[in-house]
Every structure is written in C-alpha cells, then in structure tokens.
Design a protein around this ligand. Structure first.
Ligand SMILES: [Zn+2]
Ligand SMILES: [Zn+2]
Length: 82
C-alpha cells in the first residue's frame, strides 16, 4: 500500500514517478500526478500534459500561447503557409 502525495489516498495500485530532476513522488492516479508534476502554460496557466512548447525558458501549451508571449516563430504546424 502506498499513500498518494497529493490526496493522501492509501491505494494498492499507487505508482512512483521519478521527475527529470530526480525527485520521486507517489500517486494513486494520473490526475494527482498531473496536479503535482505537469508544467503550467506560462500564458494561460493550463496544465501541459502533452509535449507542449518550450521557448525562452518557459513552457507553453500551444503555439498561440507562445506567440502572444513574445515567441513569434512558434507554430503548431510544420507546413509552410501557401
Ligand atoms: Zn491522489
Ligand atoms: Zn496556454
């Protein structure tokens, strides 16, 4: 049995997540893992649970949020406009 670091649930299927900086966390659900560990978009503050976009030392959820935050070259689509 392991206790979730976020909600305190003692759950037999809890799992351990080791972050890039080496810290380890115990969670009973991905929801709690996202709450604690997922980066937040520097523009709209939503949790970034996909790849997101990193630019100028910040993480953004999408190219729009990066562009309006001063990263004009950010794009969601690698295709060149016609
Ligand atoms: Zn939890
Ligand atoms: Zn955003």
């Amino acid at each position: 049995m392991s206790v979730c670091d976020v909600c305190g649930n003692d759950y037999d299927q809890a799992f351990t997540l080791r972050a890039a900086d080496g810290r380890e966390f115990t969670f009973d659900s991905f929801e709690c893992a996202i709450h604690r560990c997922a980066p937040q978009c520097a523009h709209c503050a939503c949790r970034v649970i996909g790849h997101g976009i990193q630019a100028r030392g910040f993480v953004y959820c999408c190219a729009h949020c990066a562009r309006v935050s001063g990263v004009p070259e950010a794009t969601d689509n690698a295709e060149q406009p016609a």
